[in-house]
Design a protein around this ligand. Structure first.
Ligand code: CAA
Length: 286
């Protein structure tokens, strides 16, 4: 069933670069694209840095890291995706932008049996499927950050995703990438973010109301419940713009106040305080 040999990744941000890296490390030929050369260069640098981290941690050898890099092709030209068996989209959490990507993929990818996947956390897979002529081959494959470290993948079929697509995607994630798969219905937030995002938003509301400091909130959850990081440091890791986008999609879907992004989060995103990736969020990263 592990029939997927050529993979394309659209977007080389935090998630896209991680997804490209785990595929290259698993021996897969990967093409990565971004909207601009600087964004592509930043993605390549992120992958190189992570591979070196993996070498230092003893997870792979220097030769493995070099071989993985050789399996990656970076291009701004989408026509390089024509021969891909599986394409994973990992751009910004913006529905219209994702719909455009799926529309373009439908035109560019020549293989009739290619799978089009999205790493979205919150945008309906159905909307992306309907942007193509092959909704039976469109599925959500949702990874977790840092992708080389966290073992989970959420598999999200839409109402129209075919059984064969589900089986091929599951075999790929488990047998090739070595991830553990859980399945979710096509509902904003799927399983993990439906639980995680209200918790992160609650921590932000706690700071907003002067209830406690960021350090104490994080220390509370790290030492009191054995979470590897507290909710505010984790928010900085995920990216506050991403959390805002996921919260908005979930609020739009369920109209529940617990998903509504608090004003402090909105102001921080407006200010460009996006967390670790921008150098400052709830903490500073010099
Ligand atoms: N390649 C391979 N392995 C790596 C690696 C890399 N690039 N970087 C780190 N590792 C390994 C390390 O070797 C280490 O392995 P061992 O436990 O076997 O020694 C392990 O990963 C942990 O790494 P570190 O010791 O460097 O770092 P840490 O212990 O401080 O942990 C962390 C860092 C992994 C980020 C941890 O704090 C953590 O898991 N935090 C929670 C992250 C989380 O919840 N992410 C989910 C966010 S939600 C999401 O992503 C979905 C969404 O839609 C928003």
């Amino acid at each position: 069933m592990a029939d997927i040999q050529r993979v394309g990744v659209i977007g080389a941000g935090l998630m896209g670069s991680g997804i490209a890296e785990v595929h290259a490390r698993a021996g897969i030929d990967v093409v990565v694209t971004e909207v601009s050369q600087p964004a592509l260069d930043a993605g390549r640098a992120r992958i190189e840095k992570s591979l070196q981290r993996g070498v230092r941690a003893g997870k792979l050898t220097e030769a493995d890291a070099e071989a993985a890099l050789k399996r990656l092709t970076f291009t701004t030209d989408l026509s390089a995706f024509a021969d891909r068996d599986l394409v994973i989209e990992a751009i910004l959490e913006q529905e219209q932008a994702k719909v455009e990507v799926f529309r373009s993929l439908d035109k560019v990818v020549e293989r009739e049996d290619a799978i089009f996947a999205s790493n979205t956390s919150s945008i309906p897979i159905m909307k992306l499927g309907m942007a193509t002529r092959r909704p039976a081959q469109v599925i959500g494959i949702h990874f977790f950050n840092p992708v080389p470290v966290l073992p989970l993948v959420e598999l999200v079929p839409s109402l129209l995703t075919g059984e064969e697509t589900i089986a091929r995607a599951e075999a790929h994630a488990t047998e090739v990438l070595g991830k553990t798969v859980i399945r979710s219905q096509d509902r904003a937030g799927f399983i993990v973010n439906a639980l995680l995002v209200p918790y992160l938003l609650s921590a932000i509301r706690m700071i907003e109301s002067g209830f406690a400091s960021a350090e104490d909130i994080d220390r509370g959850m790290e030492l009191g419940t054995a979470h590897p990081m507290g909710p505010l440091r984790l928010s900085d890791l995920i990216g506050l713009d991403t959390i805002k986008a996921i919260a908005e999609s979930m609020y739009e879907e369920f109209k529940e106040p617990l998903y509504s992004p608090p004003p402090l989060l909105l102001r921080m995103v407006d200010a460009g305080l996006l967390g670790k990736k921008s150098g400052r969020g709830f903490y500073s990263y010099a």
